[in-house]
Design a protein around this ligand. Structure first.
Ligand code: SIB
Ligand code: ZN
Length: 432
């Protein structure tokens, strides 16, 4: 057995308390062996965590990681216009090489901001899986199917691809990769495709992940066409199971919150994207009170515009208070939980908590910073004051992915250069 010890840190435990302790990790099983003060055994490898906070690695519950290539490409538009006028046309010109470059850039950013696991909805998924395997993160991947504006042959092929990808890649990268069947949204995939493929996804044993109730404009057509709210429509099509998770859930009414709570389906809240596209404010406090599992996601870097879960946690707290018109709503410990255990639970990962037997997925945050001084409440700092650049070390599955801000699994300079190159080539191809 080879071991890793993370020494002299302050460790955030699952009950929200902070304990001065060392963390001992079995690198072969990728699990935490012990968390205790002054552990006598030193690991074969060590990470110094003095004057630092050891937190569970963040779990980004919903993103489109390769969209880092489109960061700053199209801003300041509402969802529908943004997708149709800018994003979909440029994504149409994406090659596997572009996706690879954007994915690596996103993975680099995630490692540098303490994210150890994420859910991704995109295309060219084998390329994404390959990059994830090298970078060392944990991921739930899927191919987004869109059937609107496609002939039935193309629509069917796209939907079949989503199912095939989920089947083929589940369990890849030594089990660090899992998958889901991913219809893009309830309005961009025709109901006949949902009716045909949802049962097939169930047989395959993979969850279903989709965008739902993101904007008001998405709710109205479903109510008009089918006479029910979108989540009732989803439930009728078998898409509201405990293993399923949906992104956004901004415009959900009380009846839909009830459906989610009853079904055990999770919601990934994406506050930055919801604010930037002016989609609306999700009733997060209400969902939590009703017992819905709520995780946190950044969405793509073109609507955020970064992949930092620390920023997202802060945004979630701020927006949650505004939405509830209550300063005590969505407090610090809640957003930290959403960014770790909440998302992990939604995605079916066992990570998001630091205790013996849990996956060794963690981040070490440097507290020797002016903006993290003094230390009244370190959970408050995580939610409100810490930034991506404060992350010193990142560990996933017992492997050190970043040590003292140096990423060990990707060549940072090469990844940045390739992304710059692909982005200019893309501009030339789409005639910008
Ligand atoms: N473009 C492909 C598949 C779509 S991949 C997933 C899609 O989700 C898009 N996306 C990113 N953020 C959001 C969002 O907030 N809501 C809805 N779609 C989004 C993203 O640009 C990407 O096109 C096709 O037409 O077959
Ligand atoms: Zn999205």
């Amino acid at each position: 057995m080879t071991t890793l010890s993370i020494t002299d840190g302050r460790v955030l435990r699952p009950n929200g308390t902070i304990e001065r302790a060392d963390v001992l990790v079995d690198q072969e099983s990728g699990e935490i062996l012990e968390i205790a003060p002054d552990l006598s055994e030193t690991g074969d490898e060590t990470l110094d965590a003095a004057n630092s906070l050891v937190t569970p690695g963040f779990v980004n519950g919903h993103c489109h990681v390769a969209m880092t290539l489109l960061r700053g490409y199209a801003d300041d538009k509402p969802l529908e216009t943004w997708l149709r006028e800018d994003i979909w046309p440029v994504e149409g010109a994406f090659t596997a090489e572009d996706i690879r470059a954007g994915t690596e850039l996103g993975l680099l950013e995630m490692i540098k901001s303490g994210t150890t696991a994420f859910a991704d909805m995109y295309f060219e998924v084998p390329e994404i899986a390959d990059a994830v395997e090298t970078a060392g993160l944990r991921a739930l991947l899927g191919h987004a199917t869109v059937t609107v504006a496609k002939d039935s042959e193309a629509a069917l092929a796209d939907t079949q691809e989503s199912l095939d990808v989920a089947r083929e890649l589940d369990g890849a990268a030594d089990g660090r990769i899992s998958t889901a069947f991913m219809p893009h949204s309830l309005t961009t995939v025709g109901s006949e495709y949902l009716e045909e493929f949802v049962p097939k996804a169930r047989e395959t044993g993979v969850p279903i992940h989709y965008h739902a109730n993101e904007t008001r404009e998405e709710v109205t057509p479903i109510v008009e066409e089918h006479g029910v709210r979108p989540l009732a429509y989803a439930a009728e099509r078998g898409m509201l199971e405990p293993e399923d998770f949906l992104a956004h859930g901004v415009h959900v009414d009380e009846s839909e919150i009830g459906l989610l709570a009853e079904a055990g389906t999770s919601v990934i809240h994406c506050p930055a994207s919801n604010m930037k596209l002016a989609s609306g404010m999700a009733p997060v406090q209400r969902m939590l009170e009703a017992g819905v599992t709520v995780g946190l996601g950044t969405d793509g870097a073109a609507s955020n515009n970064d992949l930092s879960m620390l920023d997202e946690a802060r945004d979630a707290a701020m927006l949650g208070k505004l939405a509830a018109e209550d300063a005590s709503a969505v407090p610090a410990e809640t957003v930290v939980e959403m960014a770790t255990q909440g998302s992990a639970e939604a995605l079916g990962f066992d990570s998001g908590r630091l205790e013996a037997g849990a996956p060794a997925d963690l981040a070490v945050i440097d507290l020797e910073k002016p903006h993290l001084t003094p230390h009244h409440d370190l959970v408050s700092h995580l939610a409100y004051a810490a930034a991506a650049a404060d992350v010193r070390h990142t560990v996933c599955d017992g492997r050190v992915l970043m040590r003292d801000r140096e990423v060990l699994t990707l060549d940072e300079t090469a990844v940045r250069e390739r992304a710059l190159e692909r982005a200019s080539s893309l501009d030339a191809r789409v005639g910008e």
